[in-house]
Design a protein around this ligand. Structure first.
Ligand code: ATP
Ligand code: MG
Length: 469
């Protein structure tokens, strides 16, 4: 298979490699994504020999400097236009039990490709001479069949670097691929390696958020659950499995219901924090679960307790604290819209929810709609209709509020001066008459028109006011 490079920067690097006769390859995600037809700006270039020297020559060619050089790893980074290009020397790696950072020895193409995590990431493409895609581990076949597989023994692969287990699930989720059986079993077997503190929490969380960012996050979340990794990465979510709910509302246990809610939410938004909220909005259900005779399972107060659980979870997972308030707020409010569909609901109840949700009201309603996972089409229709009613009511109340806040462009002071009045009821009457004329479309909502209208009506109003006295 041949591939066509589109980026002019890569073409220039290719010409330079040819001119200098340096053996260089595109590798990893860039080759994979090019074959899948996905835009990729994160580029890995493998150099047989000294990558840093070559990277310096490339930087010079572009009349710029390298962004970073990592002498110990034999790698260098060049940011150019929108591209992030990493140069690395071909290497062989060996691992120690207490670290996922390997000892590195410079080596050849084959060694470098075999140390890579998955066959689909172990493709290479020469840029210093004409070639086909180099595919030592049947990565092209796996790419076509949609399979995540390790080039070498999966148990050793995951034991050496446990982060790869999460990467496997992240790629499976991102591309909707399946994980080859031996690799999947190896993940389940080696899952506890993730507890050995050799992978930083930041890296774990980064993979987890990427799973949530994928098109159908339930693919990855379900794999995390099936392999037992979810117990380690996010035990509170894992505990939702097996929690029964009222059958008239939900046909699945809480975890499987949540998977559906996350997918529903992801169909509507790329906002990872809204997706995250969808994942955690029922997180306190196991802690609030009670069986009430005649009603069934209840989870009274789970929205408040769930919101309160978030701070600790954010801290533990090293999630960015700036998103905490948003997540807490939506969890706390997620049940509030439901009763607003009833006919006797007051304007003030609607107004209060709109005010509390503030700019996140739209997101709250996305979450609420996503939360409907009934398999009964009649119920589904009814619940969805309720949200339409609620949305309509919110719009109506907001319209009314706007009118209430509406003010004549000619203000009280000016009315008093022109009509020679002290502060009195008549000032309000005149102001109201101007406002009504604007609302009725008799005059435009503009100062000059309002003033002209004032002159037109003032004598009549003043006369009738005098008569009343
Ligand atoms: P992405 O689209 O997320 O950037 P990627 O495949 O390019 O995906 P990177 O993390 O950018 O992933 O890594 C580039 C390449 O380096 C991978 O394709 C893979 O060949 C190799 N690689 C990265 N991390 C590991 C790892 N932990 N173990 C083995 N190989 C890895
Ligand atoms: Mg990459």
């Amino acid at each position: 298979m041949n591939i066509k490079i589109k980026h002019k920067e890569i073409k220039a690097i290719s010409s330079l490699a040819k001119k200098l006769d340096i053996e260089t390859y595109l590798v990893g995600g860039y080759v994979r994504d090019l074959i899948l037809g996905i835009e990729c700006t994160d580029i890995d270039i493998m150099v047989i020999g000294d990558a840093i020297t070559f990277a310096n020559k490339v930087a010079k060619h572009f009349d710029t400097k390298l962004s970073a050089i990592y002498k110990n790893f034999g790698t260098a980074l060049l940011n150019i236009n929108k591209l992030k290009i990493e140069f690395a020397s071909a290497r062989k790696e060996s691992y120690k039990k207490d670290s996922r950072k390997p000892d590195i020895v410079l080596s050849n193409l084959k060694d470098d490709l075999s140390r890579r995590d998955f066959t689909i990431n172990a493709l290479a493409f020469s840029i210093n001479r004409a070639s086909e895609v180099i595919d030592l581990f049947e990565g092209l076949k796996d790419l076509k069949k949609g399979i995540i597989k390790t080039p070498l023994n999966p148990e050793k692969t995951f034991d050496d670097d446990p982060l790869r287990m999460l990467r496997a699930i992240r790629f499976a989720s991102r591309f909707n691929f399946s994980i080859e059986e031996n690799a999947l079993n190896a993940i389940a077997k080696y899952r506890n390696r993730l507890k050995d503190n050799i992978v930083s929490q930041e890296r774990i969380t980064n993979e987890f958020l990427q799973i949530l960012e994928s098109e159908t996050p339930s693919v990855g979340l379900n794999l995390l659950y099936l392999t037992g990794l979810l117990d380690i990465v996010f035990p509170e979510v894992s505990k939702l499995a097996g929690i029964d709910q009222r059958k008239d509302f939900h046909h699945k246990d809480v975890f499987h219901h949540i998977l559906q809610v996350v997918d529903n939410t992801s169909n509507k938004t790329d906002n990872v924090w809204l997706r995250f909220t969808a994942l955690v909005h029922d997180i306190a259900k196991p802690k609030t679960k009670r069986f009430i005779e005649g009603t069934g399972w209840t989870f009274h107060g789970h929205e408040e307790l769930g919101a309160r659980m978030m701070k600790k979870i954010f801290e533990r997972m090293r999630l960015p604290m700036i998103h905490l308030e948003y997540v807490e707020k939506l969890i706390r409010l997620h049940l509030r819209p439901i009763p607003l569909a009833s006919e006797d609901v007051t304007d003030s109840a609607i107004r209060r929810l709109a005010a509390e949700a503030g700019e996140d009201l739209v997101d709250l309603l996305i979450l609420c709609r996503a939360d409907i996972t009934s398999k009964n089409p009649e119920k589904m229709k009814k619940f969805m209709r309720n949200y339409e009613i609620i949305e309509k009511k919110i719009v109506e109340v907001q319209e009314k509020d706007k009118l209430r806040n509406f003010q004549s462009p000619v203000r009280g002071d000016e009315i008093m001066e022109i009509c020679n009045l002290n502060p009195c009821k008549t000032v309000g009457t005149i102001k109201k008459a101007i406002e009504e004329a604007i609302l009725d479309g008799i005059i435009p909502n503009e100062y000059e028109a309002a003033k002209e209208y004032l002159f037109k009506i003032k004598d009549d109003i003043l006369k009738s006011a005098k008569n009343k006295i």
